[in-house]
Design a protein around this ligand. Structure first.
Ligand SMILES: *Cc1c(COP(=O)(O)O)cnc(C)c1O
Length: 218
């Protein structure tokens, strides 16, 4: 079974990768299924896609256990802000967390992982545009937060960002890539429906695509 939108995104990823002289399989497509019910997700599963992202713990807990019974090899990643009191639930449910952005959360996640005896790789989210209202750690605080995560035996999968809305995202992607290089971090979670090809050109290893796959959220 094929899903036209999925095939189209895969083709665009492959095309951007080839222009950037990168291997397409070096880029993971995280299908962001937030707000979409199981019947919208199932066609992608039937088409063989296995990597999904959600932005709320509660919503993921409601939707994914039943889907996982049918598709046990699904990988589920958290891309939204995480409250420390949800750390246990997040560690139980997700295979990676893209929103590690503060010391208190490093401590809560390390404790939850120790308790569950399960290590979940994390991306450190950087507030790349220095926006007051946005999640993410300040650029200046990123090296220290990376060190804290590593000291707590949390595997740092990479850096993640959401650039400011309505401005050219490329400079922000390039800046995130530079911060990653400067700190010996390899993964880069950047790029969404409107800008994933640009992000791939600038080194993204994980693109988080929602509306281009599922249509607009209701
Ligand atoms: C919703 C969301 C996405 C996907 O956004 P689209 O523009 O729908 O592709 C990516 N990353 C995060 C953190 C999100 O919350």
């Amino acid at each position: 079974m094929t899903v036209p939108a999925l095939q189209e995104i895969r083709d665009k990823i492959a095309h951007a990768a080839s222009i950037a002289r990168r291997k397409p399989d070096a880029i993971s497509l995280v299908a962001i299924s937030k707000t979409h019910p199981a019947e919208r997700i199932r066609p992608l599963l039937d088409a063989g896609h296995r990597l999904f992202g959600e932005n709320r713990v509660q919503e993921a807990q409601d939707k994914w256990p039943a889907l996982r019974d049918q598709f046990p090899d699904v990988k589920l990643q958290l891309v939204g802000q995480l409250q420390s009191n949800k750390a246990d639930d997040a560690v139980a449910l997700f295979d990676a967390i893209h929103s590690l952005d503060r010391s208190s959360l490093v401590r809560a996640l390390a404790k939850a992982m120790d308790k569950a005896d399960r290590r979940v790789p994390c991306f450190v989210q950087v507030n790349i545009g220095g926006e007051e209202q946005k999640g993410g750690c300040a650029i200046a605080d990123t090296p220290a937060l990376l060190a804290e995560a590593r000291a707590a035996d949390i595997e740092v999968a990479g850096l993640m960002c959401v650039p400011p809305l309505d401005v050219e995202p490329a400079p922000y992607f390039a800046l995130l890539a530079k911060i990653a290089r400067d700190n010996d971090v390899t993964g880069l979670s950047m790029g969404m429906s409107g800008d994933f090809e640009t992000a791939i050109m600038l080194g993204a290893t994980h693109v988080r695509v929602g509306s281009a796959l599922f249509g607009h959220r209701g």
